[in-house]
Design a protein around this ligand. Structure first.
Ligand SMILES: [Zn+2]
Length: 511
């Protein structure tokens, strides 16, 4: 895991020439910017988010409105997300492939609800090589159609099934309101596409991938999620059933963090994906698709971040440990740098992603703020007194001020580092779960419902009618996030119309 990613990140940082600045100086580029105070989350959550993304150097705006530039630190985080997911996909038998960016426009039009859902967001290429194209091409908004086309060619008999494919790519859905990671015209993701012989197998696959997203979100990103079924109005265009994982952000709003679709035979019929069964009869396949995107980085930021900046879950953090040497003169400098030079390989050998911040001419306080902004989970301070004592100060990013700090003897460094990172990982999860619980209510009536969805989730009985859903949306801006798979037994009255309801849904305002 550590291997190349960590090395690339570290060498990436090392290779950068950073301007010298006076301690605490705020002029200049991003290095200095990270030391500016953010707006607090309570005063302006949206602006806190926007500034954090820029100052932590995760992403930047692009010349084309709606696009984003993912900076190396943000991409390193995405690479860790990719690795954690890719491992799970491969363990469950999926293979990666690459399909073209350009899709004949006629493909998109083959599946009726798919074209209806995606038409308003399509980017269409009409010219190529200086000439008008005979048939316009669309830039993929998702790849069900082009992959369906290929599946139809590749699948002949039941022996060819199942086909389990994933691809890592970017897609384009026309969008002008830019919110880095959360809402961009082009975004990065993985899209899984599978074909099966039976409806049951397709449903099992859809649910398996949802489970994988839950496992990833909770174990790797320390984000508690609610897995559930989407209502008909929130379903993917062309799916029989859409499942999602929903997470609560630090402002109480919801973020759909991954989706898994059972496409039934809709795409199989549109693209003639058929197979001969054991009796020699021609059957349509059952297909699925599932995706998780760079939006998830937005979730990591908004679930864990605090007023000082980002807090990264150790399992995904590009840099897990930062070593900060502290010195006042040349003699101290050579002493602490020598110590830092010995500690770093010790930790790297232990499998940790470590960065030694030996920038000269920048105060320790400046460096502390800088790495806090970037959300590095653990800081180890190396001062002359520490070197003399043979023990070093640990500072956990997930705890405030003095509570964060404790001393660790040199001999225990690797073990203590492992323990600290494991603790941070689980405490981030617990904290996020507690927060979600504190903001999730089962309101007694619609008046209370309206209050709850202002800053959290309402977990309410819903009759299932699209009319009630629509009215609630109009009146409160809250939508059905999902119908949780985990339902308590029992019936109740719909929170809106009072008619009998068999299931509870999660309602909330969403990103
Ligand atoms: Zn109702």
């Amino acid at each position: 895991m550590l291997g190349t990613v960590a090395r690339n990140i570290l060498s990436g940082f090392r290779g950068r020439s950073r301007p010298q600045c006076r301690p605490g100086s705020i002029e200049g580029d991003g290095v200095q910017m990270s030391n500016l105070k953010l707006p607090t989350r309570s005063e302006d959550f949206a602006e806190w988010y926007n500034q954090l993304v820029l100052r932590a150097e995760l992403a930047d705006y692009a010349p084309v409105r709606g696009c984003m530039i993912v900076r190396p630190y943000g991409w390193a985080l995405w690479e860790n997300v990719q690795q954690a997911l890719d491992r799970r996909f491969k363990e469950t038998g999926h293979l990666n492939a690459a399909f073209p960016l350009l899709i004949p426009r006629s493909f998109i039009e083959k599946e009726k609800s798919h074209v209806a859902g995606f038409s308003p967001e399509l980017a269409v290429v009409t010219h190529g090589g200086g000439e008008e194209l005979e048939e316009p091409l669309v830039i993929r908004p998702t790849s069900e159609t082009i992959i369906g086309h290929s599946f139809a060619k590749w699948i002949q008999s039941y022996r060819d099934l199942p086909v389990l494919i994933n691809q890592w790519n970017s897609v384009v859905r026309w969008e002008l309101r830019t919110k880095l990671f959360l809402r961009t015209l082009e975004f990065y993701w993985q899209e899984g596409h599978t074909a099966h012989a039976t409806a049951e197998e397709a449903e099992a696959e859809t649910r398996q991938m949802l489970d994988i997203y839950v496992d990833f979100a909770e174990k790797e990103a320390a984000i508690p999620v609610i897995p559930g079924r989407k209502s008909a109005s929130e379903r993917f265009a062309g799916a029989d059933q859409t499942y999602s994982i929903e997470a609560m952000m630090g402002d109480g709003k919801a973020l759909q963090s991954g989706t898994s679709h059972n496409l039934g035979q809709n795409f199989a019929r549109a693209f003639e994906i058929r197979y001969l069964d054991k009796d020699g009869a021609l059957q349509y396949c059952w297909t699925t698709s599932w995706g998780l995107s760079t939006r998830f980085i937005g979730a990591i930021i908004m679930v864990h971040g605090d007023d000082q900046g980002l807090i990264l879950p150790p399992r995904l953090a590009p840099v897990q440990v930062v070593l900060v040497p502290i010195y006042r003169n040349d003699q101290e400098r050579s002493l602490v740098l020598e110590a830092s030079g010995k500690i770093r390989p010790l930790l790297v050998e232990g499998g940790f992603r470590v960065k030694a911040d030996d920038r000269d001419g920048v105060s320790p306080g400046f460096k502390f703020n800088d790495w806090e902004m970037r959300g590095v989970p653990l800081r180890i301070e190396i001062g002359p007194k520490d070197v003399a004592k043979g023990s070093f100060l640990f500072a956990r990013r997930d705890r405030p001020g003095k509570e964060a700090k404790y001393s660790v003897p040199l001999a225990q460094l690797p073990d203590a580092t492992g323990k600290a990172l494991t603790d941070i990982q689980s405490s981030l999860y617990e904290r996020a779960l507690e927060f979600r619980k504190s903001r999730t209510k089962d309101p007694r009536d619609y008046a209370e419902f309206r209050e709850v969805v202002e800053g959290g989730f309402a977990h309410s009985f819903w009759c299932g009618s699209g009319e009630c859903e629509q009215k609630i949306k109009e009146e409160t801006k809250a939508t059905t996030r999902c119908i949780p798979l985990d339902q308590e037994a029992g019936k109740g009255a719909c929170i809106y119309c009072g008619r009998p309801a068999a299931e509870k849904a999660i309602f909330g305002k969403a990103y």
